[in-house]
Design a protein. Structure first.
Length: 576
């Protein structure tokens, strides 16, 4: 039985939405208990289509200009949401159509407790009050497998991890048992293990309640694991749709083929690079970066109402070296210490240990951040953005620096007239190219890339990765590549270091670590990677708790024992 039927949907923005259409004639059907995946790159119209289903697009300056959106109500009647009055839509939103957004921190009120926010749904849609609200909110957290739900109800959003917050969002949305759930990139910002847990939860709740689901994503591996049908969108149009197997195994439209080809698929170490230092038999060079016993601890100081909590051991005795022309991939879950390690190397976090970098540049270590939109000052032209690091380093912006600026723009495939343009005049991929050029202005020997491609569309991501490889070969750059995407790490890293709770638990050549992981944590990370070959799989829901990294003052970790399981492949000995 059809739960939702969208026919010839047209959506526009502005004062004359019919002349400013961004969605052009999209049609699809969704049955109860069925999952439709909407895939495509940024700007393809996925989210606008989804927001139009419950008419939230009206609050973002958009309007449905043509078409029908028929929803089967709980009483069996059909309602065309395009012509429905706002009062009726208000009763439907939440109660019959639930929506999970991409970024939970933006969706939750930072000054209200988790319990208060989940309780709102029960008050508004179920008429509950008092202790009944608290009891229902606790049961909602238990439903999404959040441990210690009573304590969590009293916490604020900033006290919980990204994965836990997304579970809170799901609990809040599912409190009303909606017949239709729209999930807009619900796992994009999450690491692979938390992502697998969210997918397990959604799949289990879909099967348990029989709700229909529209799942928006750019990750084809996730699509393969949860979807029944797929609709591929480009430029506001549906270019291909059909059953999961038909679209993934026998794509007909050139764009679908391009999209499937662009997505990096994890190959368990079979797709690693073979061009690292020493691969041609040459002598091992001196390290461009050497890190010994790097430790970062944050003291939780005593306050008026709370005694001293001790120290957070964010990074603990991390050691590695990085050769010119080599990429070391740093992988691990959110909160494992990956980014803190990078910040400590750059001197942006207080640390102990020894860090030495060599090179001929003005600053031997530079960084490219995750978000190109937030990394560039919108008020500065590209010329000023590229000149900024030179001036900040205390050097004159002379003819040599200007010549390097033009050379780097050419190397990152941006035209010379880009110098007079501003960041808003570039696409996301082009902005990240500007960030890369800016990082290279000081001729560094080491570039730290912290989730530098995770905010980009898959095809743009592929081009930026190719650019990074080309620049590495040309300038013999050493990369410290931090990412939660194992498929991307596999394709760019020569070696991999796996970080858990601030400590390296396994390190070695990419092929060895990814094909034959020895530490249990590494095996868990790799097992959670979505795979295009796994269709409608049963995701395992792990409810075990992660040990805390908060320790009493004076606590020191036990001595680490390493096992050499292969040439250059080390795994930390695990205590039974």
């Amino acid at each position: 039985m059809t739960l939702l039927s969208v026919s010839d949907l047209h959506v526009g923005f502005g004062r004359d939405p019919e002349k400013s259409e961004v969605v052009h004639g999209v049609s699809f059907d969704l049955a109860a208990g069925e999952t439709l995946a909407l895939v495509g790159e940024s700007g393809s119209g996925k989210s606008v289509t989804a927001l139009s289903v419950n008419r939230l697009i009206d609050f973002g300056g958009g309007r449905v200009t043509r078409g029908t959106i028929l929803l089967e109500r709980q009483d069996g009647s059909q309602l065309d949401l395009v012509g429905a009055p706002e009062a009726e839509l208000s009763r439907i939103r939440g109660a019959e159509i639930g929506m999970i957004f991409q970024e939970p921190m933006s969706s939750l009120n930072p000054v209200k407790t988790v319990g208060a926010q989940i309780g709102e749904a029960f008050r508004l849609h179920h008429g509950l009050s008092g202790r009944a609200v608290t009891s229902a909110a606790r049961e909602a957290l238990e439903r999404v497998r959040i441990p210690d739900p009573v304590r969590r109800l009293g916490q604020f959003p900033h006290e919980m991890s990204g994965g836990m917050l997304q579970r809170v969002m799901i609990a809040s949305v599912l409190a009303c048992n909606p017949r239709l759930l729209i999930a807009d990139e619900p796992t994009t910002a999450l690491d692979v293990t938390i992502q697998a847990q969210i997918m397990a939860l959604l799949a289990e709740l879909r099967d348990e309640t029989g709700m229909g689901m529209i799942f928006i994503t750019h990750d084809i591996g996730l699509v393969a694991g949860i979807a029944d049908k797929v609709m591929v969108m480009r430029d506001g149009r549906s270019v291909e749709q059909g059953a999961l197997g038909a679209v993934l195994d026998d794509p007909q439209h050139p764009y679908t083929k391009h999209l499937l080809h662009s997505v990096p698929h994890f190959a368990h170490g079979k797709a690693v690079r073979c061009d690292g230092p020493g691969a041609d038999g040459s002598e091992r060079p001196a390290p461009a970066l050497k890190v010994d016993d790097l430790t970062v601890r944050f003291n939780i100081k005593r306050t008026l109402f709370r005694p001293s909590q001790g120290n957070i051991h964010a990074v603990e005795r991390v050691s590695f070296d990085l050769l010119p022309g080599e990429t070391l991939g740093i992988v691990g879950e959110s909160g494992s210490g990956k980014s803190t390690t990078a910040r400590a190397i750059l001197g942006l976090a207080p640390s102990s240990g020894r860090i030495s970098a060599t090179g001929q540049g003005l600053r031997p270590v530079q960084m490219v951040f995750q978000n190109p939109y937030a990394s560039l000052n919108p008020r500065l032209a590209v010329e000023d953005l590229l000149a900024e690091p030179v001036l900040a380093a205390g050097h004159r912006f002379d003819a040599d620096a200007r010549e390097r600026m033009h050379m780097l723009l050419d190397r990152v495939d941006l035209p010379a007239d880009s110098l007079t343009r501003y960041p808003h005049e570039f696409s996301g991929g082009q902005r990240q190219r500007i960030c890369i050029a800016r990082a290279l202005m000081l001729n560094p020997s080491v570039v730290v890339l912290d989730e530098a491609v995770s905010a980009l569309d898959v095809s743009v991501q592929a081009r930026v990765l190719d650019l990074l490889v080309d620049l590495q070969r040309e300038f013999q750059l050493a990369y410290l590549f931090i990412s939660h995407d194992m498929a991307v790490v596999e394709r760019i890293a020569h070696r991999v270091a796996v970080v858990c709770r601030g400590e390296i638990v396994e390190m070695g050549p990419s092929a060895a670590v990814l094909s034959d992981p020895r530490h249990s944590y590494t095996r868990r990370l790799i097992a959670a990677v979505p795979n295009i070959a796994r269709r409608r799989v049963h995701f395992d829901l792990d409810t075990s708790q992660v040990p805390s990294i908060l320790h009493p003052a004076g606590w020191e970790p036990p001595e680490v024992r390493w096992l050499e399981v292969g040439p250059g492949h080390l795994a930390r000995e695990e205590v039974a």
